[in-house]
Design a protein around this ligand. Structure first.
Ligand SMILES: [Zn+2]
Length: 143
């Protein structure tokens, strides 16, 4: 619970510059939406949310802002099959669980100490530089 509060507070105070990128009002609002929602929205969904706060905003500007944030490593762009790209502010190494029934995409963390090389037969000498894991299924409430 405590970490939740900290996240909300830090989301409200987006710095003027992150990773060398000047955070314009538009970039700040878009970043704030991603931090607040944490539901991996598409650019269009971000636009629908942001246009209440930024009345002159265009979808093209949303794409430009998201691109800039991705280029500077502030957020990640994630692609699920042929869907529109989605955006994730979680920079920890993590996978995604796509709930087929609700459409919700959950962040899935690695268990502490878990190592991909323990469960995957990688080619000899392979060094993992980037991880993209997408799992699909449904969440049942079996007790
Ligand atoms: Zn994510």
């Amino acid at each position: 619970m405590l970490s939740k509060i900290t996240e909300v507070q830090s989301a409200l105070e987006v710095p003027e510059e992150i990773a060398g990128l000047r955070m314009t009002r538009q970039r700040q609002e878009i970043y704030r939406i991603l931090i607040e929602e944490r539901n991996h929205p598409t650019a269009n969904e971000v636009f629908m949310k942001a246009k209440d706060r930024l009345p002159n905003l265009s979808l093209a500007t949303v794409y430009n802002c998201l691109d800039a944030l991705v280029q500077h490593g502030i957020i990640r762009q994630v692609n699920f099959e042929r869907e529109s790209s989605r955006y994730c502010p979680n920079l920890r190494e993590h996978g995604h669980f796509h709930d087929a029934e609700t459409g919700v995409i959950h962040d899935v963390d690695f268990k502490p100490g878990a190592n991909l090389t323990d469960v995957l037969n990688l080619p000899q000498g392979a060094v993992i530089e980037d991880v993209e894991i997408t799992l699909r299924g449904k969440i049942s409430n079996l007790q």
